[in-house]
Design a protein around this ligand. Structure first.
Ligand code: NI
Length: 246
Protein backbone atom coordinates (compact mmCIF):
# COMPACT_ATOMS: atom_id res chain seq x y z
CA UNK A 1 0.00 0.00 0.00
CA UNK A 2 1.63 3.22 -1.13
CA UNK A 3 0.87 6.09 1.22
CA UNK A 4 1.08 8.54 -1.65
CA UNK A 5 -1.70 6.71 -3.50
CA UNK A 6 -3.95 6.16 -0.47
CA UNK A 7 -6.60 8.24 1.24
CA UNK A 8 -6.42 9.07 4.92
CA UNK A 9 -9.28 6.68 5.57
CA UNK A 10 -7.38 3.85 3.91
CA UNK A 11 -4.36 4.58 6.10
CA UNK A 12 -6.59 4.61 9.16
CA UNK A 13 -7.96 1.18 8.17
CA UNK A 14 -4.43 -0.16 7.67
CA UNK A 15 -3.40 0.99 11.14
CA UNK A 16 -6.22 -1.04 12.76
CA UNK A 17 -4.24 -4.21 12.02
CA UNK A 18 -0.68 -3.18 11.17
CA UNK A 19 1.85 -0.63 12.38
CA UNK A 20 4.79 -1.11 10.02
CA UNK A 21 5.89 1.14 7.18
CA UNK A 22 8.72 0.99 4.67
CA UNK A 23 10.58 4.23 3.95
CA UNK A 24 12.74 4.13 0.81
CA UNK A 25 15.75 6.44 1.06
CA UNK A 26 18.45 7.24 -1.48
CA UNK A 27 20.37 10.16 -2.89
CA UNK A 28 20.58 12.65 -5.72
CA UNK A 29 24.14 12.20 -6.95
CA UNK A 30 26.26 11.25 -9.93
CA UNK A 31 26.61 7.56 -10.71
CA UNK A 32 29.36 7.56 -13.31
CA UNK A 33 29.10 7.80 -17.10
CA UNK A 34 26.13 5.46 -17.59
CA UNK A 35 24.42 5.71 -14.17
CA UNK A 36 21.50 8.02 -13.46
CA UNK A 37 21.63 10.83 -10.91
CA UNK A 38 18.63 9.20 -9.22
CA UNK A 39 20.10 5.68 -9.11
CA UNK A 40 20.13 5.33 -5.33
CA UNK A 41 16.59 6.51 -4.68
CA UNK A 42 15.22 4.76 -7.76
CA UNK A 43 16.69 1.44 -6.58
CA UNK A 44 15.39 1.83 -3.03
CA UNK A 45 11.97 2.84 -4.35
CA UNK A 46 11.45 0.03 -6.85
CA UNK A 47 12.38 -2.60 -4.25
CA UNK A 48 10.21 -0.97 -1.56
CA UNK A 49 7.23 -0.86 -3.90
CA UNK A 50 7.85 -4.48 -4.81
CA UNK A 51 7.75 -5.49 -1.15
CA UNK A 52 4.59 -3.45 -0.62
CA UNK A 53 2.90 -5.06 -3.61
CA UNK A 54 3.91 -8.54 -2.43
CA UNK A 55 2.78 -8.39 1.21
CA UNK A 56 0.52 -5.34 1.42
CA UNK A 57 2.61 -3.33 3.88
CA UNK A 58 2.61 0.46 3.77
CA UNK A 59 5.30 2.19 1.70
CA UNK A 60 5.97 5.87 2.39
CA UNK A 61 7.01 8.33 -0.32
CA UNK A 62 10.70 8.05 -1.16
CA UNK A 63 13.21 10.27 0.61
CA UNK A 64 15.08 11.05 -2.59
CA UNK A 65 17.75 13.39 -1.21
CA UNK A 66 20.51 12.03 1.00
CA UNK A 67 23.90 12.86 2.44
CA UNK A 68 26.02 13.26 -0.70
CA UNK A 69 28.45 16.10 0.02
CA UNK A 70 31.35 14.14 -1.48
CA UNK A 71 29.62 14.01 -4.89
CA UNK A 72 29.16 17.75 -5.32
CA UNK A 73 32.15 17.94 -7.65
CA UNK A 74 29.91 16.35 -10.30
CA UNK A 75 27.15 18.32 -12.03
CA UNK A 76 23.60 17.52 -10.96
CA UNK A 77 24.46 16.15 -7.54
CA UNK A 78 22.73 17.65 -4.50
CA UNK A 79 23.11 16.94 -0.80
CA UNK A 80 21.39 17.40 2.50
CA UNK A 81 23.82 18.26 5.27
CA UNK A 82 23.98 15.52 7.92
CA UNK A 83 22.21 17.84 10.36
CA UNK A 84 19.41 18.48 7.84
CA UNK A 85 18.94 14.81 6.98
CA UNK A 86 18.74 13.92 10.67
CA UNK A 87 15.89 16.39 11.10
CA UNK A 88 14.11 15.12 7.99
CA UNK A 89 14.28 11.51 9.20
CA UNK A 90 13.16 12.43 12.71
CA UNK A 91 10.26 14.58 11.51
CA UNK A 92 9.00 11.93 9.08
CA UNK A 93 9.18 9.17 11.70
CA UNK A 94 7.59 11.23 14.43
CA UNK A 95 4.84 12.52 12.13
CA UNK A 96 3.83 9.03 11.07
CA UNK A 97 4.11 7.87 14.68
CA UNK A 98 1.45 10.38 15.67
CA UNK A 99 -1.04 8.29 13.67
CA UNK A 100 0.03 4.91 15.01
CA UNK A 101 2.95 3.75 12.88
CA UNK A 102 5.50 2.10 15.18
CA UNK A 103 8.00 0.14 13.09
CA UNK A 104 9.97 2.02 10.45
CA UNK A 105 11.88 -0.10 7.97
CA UNK A 106 14.15 2.05 5.84
CA UNK A 107 15.26 0.49 2.56
CA UNK A 108 18.44 2.33 1.68
CA UNK A 109 20.24 2.83 -1.61
CA UNK A 110 23.19 4.98 -0.53
CA UNK A 111 26.14 4.19 1.75
CA UNK A 112 26.64 7.87 2.56
CA UNK A 113 23.34 7.89 4.43
CA UNK A 114 24.26 5.25 6.99
CA UNK A 115 26.06 7.26 9.66
CA UNK A 116 23.56 10.13 9.51
CA UNK A 117 20.38 8.07 9.48
CA UNK A 118 21.68 5.83 12.26
CA UNK A 119 22.41 8.96 14.30
CA UNK A 120 18.86 10.19 13.56
CA UNK A 121 17.48 6.92 14.93
CA UNK A 122 19.54 7.45 18.10
CA UNK A 123 18.14 10.98 18.43
CA UNK A 124 14.63 9.52 18.31
CA UNK A 125 15.50 6.85 20.89
CA UNK A 126 17.22 9.46 23.07
CA UNK A 127 13.98 11.44 23.27
CA UNK A 128 12.21 8.27 24.43
CA UNK A 129 14.93 7.36 26.93
CA UNK A 130 14.98 10.89 28.34
CA UNK A 131 11.25 10.80 28.87
CA UNK A 132 10.45 13.42 26.24
CA UNK A 133 8.46 11.10 24.00
CA UNK A 134 5.97 8.46 25.04
CA UNK A 135 5.66 6.93 21.58
CA UNK A 136 7.64 3.68 21.37
CA UNK A 137 8.95 3.55 17.80
CA UNK A 138 11.60 1.24 16.41
CA UNK A 139 13.63 1.84 13.27
CA UNK A 140 15.90 -0.26 11.13
CA UNK A 141 17.77 0.51 7.94
CA UNK A 142 18.87 -2.10 5.40
CA UNK A 143 20.47 -1.85 1.97
CA UNK A 144 18.24 -3.20 -0.78
CA UNK A 145 21.27 -5.19 -1.98
CA UNK A 146 22.38 -6.61 1.36
CA UNK A 147 20.25 -9.73 1.59
CA UNK A 148 21.60 -13.24 0.95
CA UNK A 149 20.03 -13.71 -2.50
CA UNK A 150 21.08 -10.26 -3.70
CA UNK A 151 24.68 -10.66 -2.56
CA UNK A 152 25.06 -14.07 -4.19
CA UNK A 153 23.53 -12.88 -7.46
CA UNK A 154 25.66 -9.71 -7.63
CA UNK A 155 28.79 -11.80 -7.17
CA UNK A 156 27.61 -14.30 -9.78
CA UNK A 157 26.93 -11.54 -12.31
CA UNK A 158 29.89 -9.23 -11.61
CA UNK A 159 32.53 -11.29 -9.80
CA UNK A 160 34.92 -8.85 -8.17
CA UNK A 161 33.96 -5.80 -10.25
CA UNK A 162 30.54 -4.82 -8.88
CA UNK A 163 32.44 -2.08 -7.07
CA UNK A 164 31.59 0.45 -4.36
CA UNK A 165 29.99 3.34 -6.21
CA UNK A 166 28.08 3.39 -9.49
CA UNK A 167 28.02 -0.37 -9.05
CA UNK A 168 27.08 -2.64 -11.92
CA UNK A 169 24.18 -4.01 -9.86
CA UNK A 170 22.58 -0.65 -9.00
CA UNK A 171 22.93 0.58 -12.58
CA UNK A 172 21.23 -2.64 -13.76
CA UNK A 173 18.38 -2.29 -11.27
CA UNK A 174 17.78 1.34 -12.30
CA UNK A 175 17.78 0.24 -15.97
CA UNK A 176 15.11 -2.33 -15.16
CA UNK A 177 12.99 0.28 -13.32
CA UNK A 178 13.47 3.08 -15.89
CA UNK A 179 14.10 1.41 -19.27
CA UNK A 180 13.41 4.69 -21.05
CA UNK A 181 16.52 6.23 -19.48
CA UNK A 182 19.19 3.61 -20.24
CA UNK A 183 22.52 5.25 -21.10
CA UNK A 184 25.57 3.93 -22.90
CA UNK A 185 29.09 5.27 -22.44
CA UNK A 186 32.70 4.35 -23.01
CA UNK A 187 34.54 3.97 -19.71
CA UNK A 188 38.29 4.06 -19.22
CA UNK A 189 39.66 2.28 -17.35
CA UNK A 190 37.06 -0.46 -17.66
CA UNK A 191 37.19 -1.14 -13.93
CA UNK A 192 37.31 2.08 -11.90
CA UNK A 193 39.98 2.72 -9.26
CA UNK A 194 39.39 2.35 -5.54
CA UNK A 195 40.83 4.14 -2.52
CA UNK A 196 40.66 3.35 1.19
CA UNK A 197 39.24 6.76 2.08
CA UNK A 198 38.03 10.03 0.59
CA UNK A 199 37.03 13.36 2.06
CA UNK A 200 35.22 16.34 0.53
CA UNK A 201 33.94 16.85 -3.01
CA UNK A 202 37.18 18.14 -4.58
CA UNK A 203 39.15 15.26 -3.09
CA UNK A 204 36.60 12.73 -4.33
CA UNK A 205 36.69 14.14 -7.85
CA UNK A 206 40.50 14.07 -7.90
CA UNK A 207 40.56 10.39 -6.86
CA UNK A 208 37.69 9.12 -8.99
CA UNK A 209 37.80 10.98 -12.31
CA UNK A 210 34.51 9.74 -13.83
CA UNK A 211 32.73 9.24 -10.50
CA UNK A 212 32.86 5.46 -10.22
CA UNK A 213 34.64 3.56 -7.42
CA UNK A 214 35.90 0.07 -8.22
CA UNK A 215 33.05 -0.79 -10.58
CA UNK A 216 32.50 -1.86 -14.16
CA UNK A 217 28.93 -0.78 -14.91
CA UNK A 218 29.44 -1.41 -18.64
CA UNK A 219 28.35 -4.94 -17.64
CA UNK A 220 24.91 -3.67 -16.56
CA UNK A 221 21.68 -4.63 -18.29
CA UNK A 222 17.95 -4.40 -17.58
CA UNK A 223 17.81 -8.21 -17.71
CA UNK A 224 20.29 -8.36 -14.86
CA UNK A 225 18.22 -5.66 -13.18
CA UNK A 226 15.12 -7.83 -13.30
CA UNK A 227 16.96 -10.71 -11.63
CA UNK A 228 18.43 -8.37 -9.01
CA UNK A 229 14.97 -6.93 -8.39
CA UNK A 230 13.43 -10.35 -7.80
CA UNK A 231 16.25 -11.31 -5.43
CA UNK A 232 16.06 -8.02 -3.55
CA UNK A 233 12.28 -8.16 -3.10
CA UNK A 234 12.54 -11.71 -1.74
CA UNK A 235 15.33 -10.61 0.61
CA UNK A 236 13.57 -7.46 1.80
CA UNK A 237 10.24 -9.25 2.37
CA UNK A 238 12.10 -11.58 4.75
CA UNK A 239 13.99 -8.73 6.38
CA UNK A 240 10.83 -6.66 6.87
CA UNK A 241 8.90 -9.57 8.34
CA UNK A 242 11.81 -10.41 10.66
CA UNK A 243 11.87 -6.80 11.86
CA UNK A 244 8.11 -6.79 12.46
CA UNK A 245 8.46 -9.96 14.54
CA UNK A 246 11.56 -8.76 16.45
NI1 NI B 1 24.56 4.39 -5.57
Amino acid sequence: MQLALSTWQEVEDYLRTQSGVIVPIGSVEQHGPNGLIGTDHLCAEVVAKGVGDRIGCAVAPTLAYGMSQHHLGFTGSATLRPSTLMLVVRDVVQSLAVHGFRRFFFINGHGGNVATVTAAFDEIYAEMSLGRSEVPVRCRMTFWSSGPRGKVLAEELYAGVNGHHATASEVSLAQYYQPGAIKHAQMTPKVAPTAPQFFEAADYRARFADGRIGSDPSLSSPEHGKRLYDAAVDDMVEAYQAFMAY
